[in-house]
Write a protein that binds this ligand. Structure first.
Ligand SMILES: Cc1cc2nc3c(=O)[nH]c(=O)nc-3n(C[C@H](O)[C@H](O)[C@H](O)COP(=O)(O)OP(=O)(O)OC[C@H]3O[C@@H](n4cnc5c(N)ncnc54)[C@H](O)[C@@H]3O)c2cc1C
Ligand SMILES: *[C@@H]1O[C@H](CO)[C@@H](O)[C@H](O)[C@H]1NC(C)=O
Ligand SMILES: *[C@@H]1O[C@H](CO)[C@@H](O)[C@H](O)[C@H]1NC(C)=O
Ligand SMILES: *[C@@H]1O[C@H](CO)[C@@H](O)[C@H](O)[C@H]1NC(C)=O
Ligand SMILES: *[C@@H]1O[C@H](CO)[C@@H](O)[C@H](O)[C@H]1NC(C)=O
Ligand SMILES: *[C@@H]1O[C@H](CO)[C@@H](O)[C@H](O)[C@H]1NC(C)=O
Ligand SMILES: *[C@@H]1O[C@H](CO)[C@@H](O)[C@H](O)[C@H]1NC(C)=O
Ligand SMILES: *[C@@H]1O[C@H](CO)[C@@H](O)[C@H](O)[C@H]1NC(C)=O
Ligand SMILES: *[C@@H]1O[C@H](CO)[C@@H](O)[C@H](O)[C@H]1NC(C)=O
Ligand SMILES: *[C@@H]1O[C@H](CO)[C@@H](O)[C@H](O)[C@H]1NC(C)=O
Ligand SMILES: *[C@@H]1O[C@H](CO)[C@@H](O)[C@H](O)[C@H]1NC(C)=O
Ligand SMILES: *[C@@H]1O[C@H](CO)[C@@H](O)[C@H](O)[C@H]1NC(C)=O
Length: 608
């Protein structure tokens, strides 16, 4: 946890790589020379201004130099103070679209903050005239505003040559802060917006006469909002995330870490749908990877987590038919904890049967309130059991003592695109949970997660699970398993095979709803609380039977290799060592990150 940034001497190692050595923090018996560090601003090895200029001149757009955190203009006693700029930024501080498009911000300010010992260095602002100091924190000082693969190749070469920490930032949604980094060079992929549909995609290197497929090729900056809208225009659909205004990326970290969707019940996970990726590898090669071209790397890219196996420029994924959907919205509030437990128990009795009858969706819960947003394919639903089962849940809930039903409705949608627009983009009509509602205060967030296997969410386990849920401060139960998620071959992709036997990916919040944390708690305490809330699930469904969704993270997860990847970890490690022998693309709790500190600045080989 403790950041070790005190480097006392700088050594020049072999291979022309300049590295710093932390002598002060070395254990008595450690050999100082075994510790190698990335080159950070202020170090003698850091590139000179002239070297940055030369680098910039090789890019398609000028390097974004000396970028400062969003709030820097709000600190009245600093030379950067600018009332107008600050007012504008303050008005949009909670706007996910605005934040997604910025190279100098994450979706959640938590991930811009640097925890250094007992201090938290950040640039927190709540409006003009902020007092104190705006710290750079984890906001990278330099960013490459990528428009093509050559820009990324240049960034990879420059970072390798100068031993810089390299990070990749797409939408900035990542929930472990992996898309920000102290003193790093940032590869900003948001502007890679290509999107092309075809009905006859054939991967490169496929045998002659290979049948073409319906597919879409997307630049890695394309958001789900764009992908859904464009797919609908082509009368196709594809499984993707549910995020406010569709701001999560469709072809970046979401896919690389697994990618779950309300449509996974019909079309599988994100990784199950990838046909080809074009990536810049750590040796700066621009490679096309698919089941014919480096199948081992293709396997690793599908679930190994971004950006560990390369920087994606574009990817091609399967598209599917575009049928109508029946949506079901339900909100119920319990007046006390006992009724809340009874309500969860009722839901738990229906969870698996509803999934088997073709329903999927999300259930945020907090403050003794349960919000259901569920989908069934077809209007009316294709599965004849879908409506009777859901109505039977409604009927039972309606007469539960201590429970007030606030919303109960079925809404037909012509397509998933229409559902998404109505619920995650332009929410003019009330339908249960308002996914676009802006959050009070700055967008802080800390989460933990666990994958819940079938038997944990089964009717037999309804009461014990209900008691556990009652004790959680809040969370979102993503019922995204079943169907092809369960039947697709687990050996095709590198995510933990636990995914093939789950109904639910649960996100747990430390307090309140997404984004609101307790202002009296420290970041550390909130992270610890979030980890502790998950403990009961770790014990109930340990890996490889259960696991954790690496994209929904947990700061303190110790057994992350098994939780994210189960038995696939050794094979992932072998691929990683082959393609990234110099540890260029390492992230927190990423493949081969074991010997690195939390901020991926220094490496201390454990075997020495
Ligand atoms: C509000 C919200 C809603 C969410 N909803 C869902 C959901 O419905 N389903 C779901 O499965 N997940 C969901 N997530 C989690 C989501 O999958 C992760 O946040 C994911 O990491 C986002 O990927 P990104 O590329 O958009 O974001 P980023 O934060 O920019 O990137 C995420 C990670 O991928 C890496 N990366 C990004 N682009 C590339 C690239 N081109 N090449 C290589 N590496 C890259 C980054 O370095 C980082 O480590 C949600 C998260 C939030 C905050
Ligand atoms: C972290 O704290 C140490 C000790 O107080 C300090 O020397 C160092 O500069 C800090 N790191 C950063 C990045 O500010
Ligand atoms: C900053 O300090 C000034 C002077 O003490 C005070 O008037 C102002 O309200 C403070 N601003 C904030 C955001 O706390
Ligand atoms: C990046 O380039 C885009 C154009 O592709 C431009 O609109 C944007 O302002 C640039 N971002 C930064 C941070 O320079
Ligand atoms: C779109 O696709 C759906 C299902 O695949 C089909 O039923 C519908 O007729 C198509 N709509 C148009 C306008 O072609
Ligand atoms: C929690 O619910 C109560 C009503 O039961 C409501 O008064 C309160 O505002 C809610 N709190 C939050 C944070 O939504
Ligand atoms: C949102 O929907 C409303 C009602 O259908 C419409 O009037 C409004 O223009 C829409 N807004 C946007 C941004 O599309
Ligand atoms: C949902 O929240 C958004 C953003 O705050 C708001 O514009 C919209 O009116 C809300 N929708 C409903 C139905 O309340
Ligand atoms: C669920 O199944 C697993 C593996 O079959 C088993 O180890 C575990 O005890 C079961 N848990 C419950 C609650 O039934
Ligand atoms: C899935 O879980 C069930 C228990 O619910 C267990 O019986 C079954 O063996 C598991 N299947 C796999 C493939 O692990
Ligand atoms: C209800 O449960 C919550 C979560 O465990 C707990 O914090 C709260 O104290 C309980 N309330 C009562 C009245 O028992
Ligand atoms: C770069 O790495 C890839 C994957 O390991 C390898 O196939 C390729 O030959 C390497 N290219 C160079 C120029 O070393």
């Amino acid at each position: 946890m403790l950041l070790r940034l005190t480097r006392l001497c700088v050594l020049v190692l072999t291979l022309g790589i300049i590295s710093s050595v932390d002598a002060q923090n070395s254990a008595p018996d450690a050999r100082p020379s075994s510790r190698t560090c990335k080159c950070m601003p202020g170090d003698a090895c850091y590139p000179t201004s002239q070297q940055w200029d030369q680098f910039s001149s090789r890019l398609s757009r000028p390097l974004v130099r000396d970028q400062r955190p969003l709030g820097a203009v709000c600190f009245r006693d600093s030379g950067e103070f600018n009332y107008r700029a600050c007012s504008y930024r303050t008005r949009r501080i909670n706007d996910p679209i605005y934040r997604a498009g910025l190279s100098n911000a994450a979706q959640f300010t938590t991930f811009e903050a640097l925890v250094n010992g007992t201090t938290v260095q950040q640039c927190d602002f709540s409006g003009p005239m902020a007092n104190g100091t705006c710290f750079q924190g984890r906001v990278p000082p330099n960013a490459v505003n990528v428009t093509n693969a050559a820009d990324v190749q240049e960034a990879v070469r420059f970072a390798s040559r100068h031993n810089l920490r390299l990070i990749v930032r797409n939408s900035g949604h990542e929930l472990m802060g992996r898309s920000m980094g102290v003193g790093a060079l940032e590869v900003f992929t948001h502007n890679l917006q290509k999107i092309e549909f075809t009905d006859h995609f054939v991967p490169e290197g496929a045998p002659p006469q290979t049948q073409g497929e319906y597919a879409v090729t997307m630049g890695s900056g394309v958001s789900w909002n764009t992908a859904y809208a464009q797919a609908d225009i082509h009368n196709r659909s594809l499984p993707g995330g549910l995020s406010p205004y569709g701001t999560v990326g469709a072809a970046g970290g979401w896919v690389l870490g697994g990618g779950h969707s309300a449509l996974s019940r019909y079309y599988g996970l994100g990784v199950d749908n990838v046909l080809q990726m074009k990536v810049v590898l750590p040796n700066a090669t621009y490679a096309t990877v698919n089941k014919y071209r480096d199948p081992d790397l293709f396997w690793a890219l599908r679930g190994g987590g971004g950006p560990s196996f390369g920087i994606v420029i574009e990817m091609t994924v399967r598209t599917h038919p575009n049928p109508p959907y029946t949506a079901m919205f339900w909100v119920g509030q319990a007046q006390d904890n006992a009724s809340y437990t009874n309500l969860f128990e009722l839901w738990n009795r229906y969870n698996n049967p509803l999934n088997e009858a073709g329903w999927s969706g999300v259930m945020p819960f907090f403050n003794r309130t349960i919000f259901l947003t569920m989908l069934a394919q077809g209007n009316p639903p294709y599965d004849p059991q879908a409506m009777p089962l859901m109505q039977s849940f409604h009927q039972a809930a309606r007469y539960m003592p201590g429970v007030t039903v606030l919303t109960e409705q079925f809404v037909p949608y012509r397509s998933f695109g229409d559902f998404n627009y109505d619920n995650l983009v332009n929410t003019t009509v009330p339908h249960g949970f308002n996914f676009t509602a802006s959050l009070p205060g700055p967008p802080h967030s800390v989460t933990s997660s666990w994958l819940l296997p079938w038997n944990i969410t089964a009717p037999e386990n309804a009461r014990p699970l209900a008691k556990i849920y009652t004790n959680l401060p809040g969370g979102t139960h993503y019922m995204v398993g079943g169907g092809p998620v369960s039947t697709n071959d687990p050996s095709e992709v590198s995510i933990t095979p636990a995914w093939r036997n789950i109904t639910t990916s649960l996100i747990i919040l430390p307090t309140g709803i997404l984004g609101i944390d307790d202002p009296t708690s420290s970041l550390e305490a909130i992270r610890r609380s979030s980890y502790e809330q998950t403990q009961v699930f770790r014990e109930l469904a340990p890996p490889p039977f259960g696991g954790q969704y690496l994209n929904e993270g947990d700061y303190y997860e110790e057994n992350w290799q098994a939780a994210y990847w189960g038995p696939n970890y050794p094979r992932l490690l072998a691929v990683k060592r082959r393609i990234d022998p110099k540890d260029l693309l390492i992230v927190r709790k990423g493949v081969n990150s074991e010997d690195w500190d939390e901020e991926i600045i220094c490496k201390t080989p454990s075997s020495q």
